[in-house]
Design a protein around this ligand. Sequence first.
Ligand code: PAF
Length: 284
Amino acid sequence: MQTIRSIKKMQAVARQFAAEGKTIGLVPTMGFLHEGHLSLIDRAKKAADVVITTIFVNPTQFTPHEDLTKYPRDEKGDIRKIKSAGCDIVFIPKAIDIYPDDFQTYVSVEKLSQTLEGAARPTHFRGVTTIVAKLFNITRPDVAVFGMKDFQQAIVLKQMTHDLGYPLKLIIAPTVREKDGLAMSSRNKYFTPDQRPEARALYYALRTAKEMVASGIDSARKIEKEMRAVIAATCPSAEIDYIAFTDDVGLKKVGRVAKSTICSLAVRMHRVRLIDNMKLTGRG
Ligand code: PAF
């Protein structure tokens, strides 16, 4: 596996792959990799001839009250994991090269970036779409893989891909969970061993929602009430930011659960903000 830090070099290598007729799969990450990230690499390997994983802790997607310097990092460990996952290239650009001092161009998906996470974290998605557009321009992927765990992010990026006409297929890979159901996330490491069991609250609530739907209840209001009770019982100090029932394309809120309904939620507990989601009918 090759480690590339220069944008020019990455562009040249991507052009070379294309010239050789090889398809490129891209897996953008902010590092501190866990099994969830490795499953994205695995998915990309199935869909493309060569896989590029990027590590870049993107400052523009942090909102002013979020601490960029405290974001967990482990570059050496990440490179080791990416290599053993069978990736071809790891691209680790420098912040000053991505955002030079005179940087002033942003990509923004207007409507989809404003609800749910966007309402709680204004400018977050503008940062995500800007960096991902830059990574698309640098690596020219045929396929890009993102996780369902960040469902809204994937939908926003799908819209950007469509609107800007990137010639690539965007794949949304399933959420990877810990044994107790907690969705894998770099933020899980912030919990102490005592606090950690309470983080199951989100999964328990989503599972309850899915069970209610399976039993014939389709009222979002009724399901939300029950989910709030489950969260309070599992983590009494939790503060629920939102529980939302939306369709899976335009993120339109629904009052009755249908085939395409996704339930998303954000919950703050022990100073950690967790998000998760689940399709409420069928599998997944
Ligand atoms: O999901 C993430 O880790 C980030 O938002 C992404 C897509 C790598 C952009 O920085």
